[in-house]
Write a protein that binds this ligand. Sequence first.
Ligand code: AMP
Length: 541
Amino acid sequence: MLGLMQEWPLVCHKIIDFAARQHPHREVVSRSVEGPIVRMTYADIRGRALKIAQLLDREGFEPGDRIATLAWNSGNHLEAWFGIMGMGGVYHTLNPRLFPEQIAWIMNHAADRAIFVDLTFMPLVEKLAAHVPSLRKVIVMTDAAHMPETALENVVAYEEWLKGADGDFVWNDVGEDAACGMCYTSGTTGDPKGVLYSHRSNVIHAMMAAMPDAMGIGSKDVVLPVVPMFHANAWGLGQTCPMIGAKMVMPGGKMDGESIYELLDTEKVTFSAAVPTVWLMLLHYLETTGKMLPHLNKVVIGGAACPRAITEKFEKVYGVEVIHAWGMTEMSPLGSLCTMKPEHAGKSGDALLDIKQKQGSAPFGVEMKITDDDNNELPWDGKTFGRLKVRGPAVASSYYGGAGSEQFDDESWFDTGDVAHIDEFGYMQITDRSKDVIKSGGEWISSIDLENLAVGHPEVAEAAVIGVPHPKWSERPLLIVVAKEGCSPKKDDILAFMKGKIVDWWMPDDVAFVDEIPHTATGKIKKTTLREQFAEYKLAG
Ligand code: AMP
């Protein structure tokens, strides 16, 4: 027997329709590439998105077409997403931090037909365009006055282009299962893999993100997504904020401590989300200027393990709640958030910080398990670690074009490539990437735990741990350290600092000092390069 309820497809344009109807005056404030702060409302964004959809449709773009964006977080980028989706197309975010050859590879794989581009990235598009034969149109997100000279063909200035439409357009309803967004993962090995979001997965993900024990935000919040729209959908905030009617503050291309502080302060931001590196820059700025954060209530920190020192400073010095979160491009991206359940009521100080080091528990919509290499499920005891597998309505079922099929099993479990343990309350903690875990005498050592511990040393700026071959134990950990400016920490001091905080057999066998640790385009430590760099390294003794 079927239920007698209405069909109401979960499609993304309903989100912007809702925002424009229920929260028409709520602002989306952007720091523009040209300089000035630009203020729009959700009603404006919807109106302009309709024009974009109308123009794309009129110019022969079709449902399912991939339309790239190469842009910072801004109101313009947001309306481009809604316009593309509203025409029935697929917004395809490109990460400008990748090498141009990689971007061209990705665009060709996706067969992008048009691109929305910020002025900053025009030189990049000029380099790329000739190598992407599918590309028919370049829309430069600026006005006629700022339009650069270019030899590219089929280029228009966004504001001039928009003048050609009146917005009298009906969203193209392609159904909730149709693709609406795309993002390639930038793994440290192999070709990038395309994740193809559907309308339904984006809508469900946005609801999931807003829930009280997830991000817990609403229409009274002012949200600053520092995390870029071009990397894992700005953690869903581009859909979550209009869905809940939260004001948005978009940082454009400036993510240094001072620029972020300025927006937090002038726009009275209550909630923000970024990777640890951004928060380190902000905290450094606050420390050197003595400024405080009177408006900010909560920050989500993820993308990489959040060092304990960051959580401690935010919570103790600035009174800002930290939510440690974990996710992946393949998960739209949220997988878990570390907000407190009643079981933790009354915890404070170090006991609370210990929990906040964990990546947290899964919201409704994410199923999790940990297994050994033979797919046997492991207990949730907070100690036993294994391969972390997930499934849910906003988790990829395969990659675009079929690559990486070995990561998906017959029961829809996706092997995240992360290694984790889960405690009895469902709090998951990442201990490593499966390829980075150090296998010593048949047991696993978490490189992330060692790195987190080492960066707690006052003279250490950054640390990475890799396994190096060992005749008896097969692998042992080597700690690689970048010293803080003006400091020259000694190997024995660092090891003494770590001793007693971990079991003895986890202690690194040696410490190597380097000027710089290599990073991927998305800010993750490039362990493959480090392993090559230290390929000839021999442990003493
Ligand atoms: P990406 O798809 O580029 O966002 O990368 C996802 C990967 O980043 C995950 O599989 C993890 O390895 C890592 N990651 C994300 N968040 C965290 C976190 N809070 N702690 C540790 N690793 C994280």
